[in-house]
Design a binder for this molecule. Structure first.
Ligand SMILES: Cc1ncc(C[n+]2csc(CCOP(=O)(O)OP(=O)(O)O)c2C)c(N)n1
Ligand SMILES: [Mg+2]
Length: 328
């Protein structure tokens, strides 16, 4: 679909692109910080930024809740987290809003922005999200909940339990499966026996849809419809969003061991960020000079955020047990 099919205006589309590009450039910075030994770990959403930004823009972050998983940096930024917030998490700084430096990097959470922190144990955010949605239903609020996980993680029992409960209670929420083709080194063909994971929705009494997460407008419209349904008492939707994983699983993995060079280069040629840039140019939303200057501006922004985050204090030894348990 064309970007303009999203029915967003030019300014909104430019804003969406800036978010996509900022997330990509920030992730590249996080890899650099890891490779020079300044951060311990990185697990990235490169290849999913367009889908994630389109998804998150369909919500109202000031009232809706987001229960992300580790690749959801771009979506967490749409929900309100800044580049500096994310850098502080990766560098384990005391002012890191996700966990004050106690969690692993990329475990996004921010009370101020309705982002609920999650466990590394995959899919545990799904049943927690049903609890959040149930609370909203009981409160008769029109807020809704969004939660995401990877496709390999749908094999966990938590996936079944959460979808079943959401179907029984008609909860105001959206479940997302970000299908990037792999669970670490395990390909889709060894993960599940269906072609379209969203058809599983039917067995739980939920709405279901598969979207191409490299297509901004298609993804935005699907999430907008799902959000409207959730807000209007029509219950939960399961969306399988097809994306790419352009990088290795994490900074501790090397995907060249289990993917062919052709597979990797073909995926990079169809990089969703490049596709969105081509669409912006083709639809006359901006020209090449404007595209270059956005990149320049974001590069300065990320350099400045990196400097500021690096200068922030680390947690001290006497704070070891703070932020671990709730305080009275
Ligand atoms: C319950 C559980 N089992 C195993 C792991 C180790 N693990 C971390 S990420 C991952 C792969 C998940 O793949 P997928 O759900 O496709 O998400 P992706 O990383 O591809 O986005 C595994 C097995 C874990 N964190 N939790
Ligand atoms: Mg996967």
């Amino acid at each position: 679909m064309k970007l303009k099919d999203s029915k967003l205006n030019k300014d909104q589309l430019l804003q969406a692109y800036r978010m996509v590009k900022e997330a990509r450039m920030l992730d590249e910075r996080l890899w650099q910080l890891n490779r020079i030994g300044k951060s311990t770990f990185n697990i990235s959403g490169q290849g999913a930024e367009v889908g994630q930004v389109a998804m998150a823009l369909a919500f109202e972050p000031s009232k809706d809740y987001f229960l992300p998983y580790y690749r959801d940096m771009a979506a967490a930024m749409v929900w309100g987290m800044s580049a500096k917030d994310i850098l502080m998490g990766s560098l384990g700084k005391e002012a890191d809003p996700s966990s004050h430096g106690r969690q692993m990097p990329n475990h996004y959470g921010d009370r101020k922005h309705n982002i609920v922190p999650f466990s590394s144990t995959v899919t545990t955010q799904y049943p927690v999200a049903t609890g959040v949605a149930l609370a909203m239903q009981i409160d008769e609020s029109d807020a809704i909940a969004l939660t995401a996980t990877g496709e390999g993680s749908t094999a966990e029992g938590d996936f079944h339990e959460a979808l079943n409960f959401a179907g029984v209670q008609k909860l105001p929420m959206i479940f997302v499966i970000e299908n990037n083709g792999y669970a670490i080194s395990t390909p889709n063909s060894e993960e599940f026996g269906v072609k379209d994971l969203s058809i599983r929705a039917k067995g739980y009494g939920l709405l279901g849809k598969q979207v191409n997460g490299r297509d901004f407008a298609e993804t935005f419209l699907a999430f907008k419809e799902a959000a409207e349904n959730a807000r209007n008492g029509k219950g939960a939707t399961l969306i399988e969003m097809l994306v790419d994983r352009l990088t290795a699983h994490s900074s501790d993995d090397d995907q060249r061991v289990y993917r062919t060079p052709e597979d990797i280069s073909e995926m990079k040629e169809n990089d969703c960020v490049g596709l969105m840039e081509q669409q912006l140019l083709a639809e006359n939303i901006l020209n090449q000079d404007e595209l270059d200057s956005i990149k320049e501006e974001l590069s300065e922004k990320i350099n400045q955020a990196t400097e500021e985050a690096e200068a922030m204090p680390n947690p001290t030894a006497d704070q070891l047990m703070t932020h671990i348990y709730g305080e009275e």
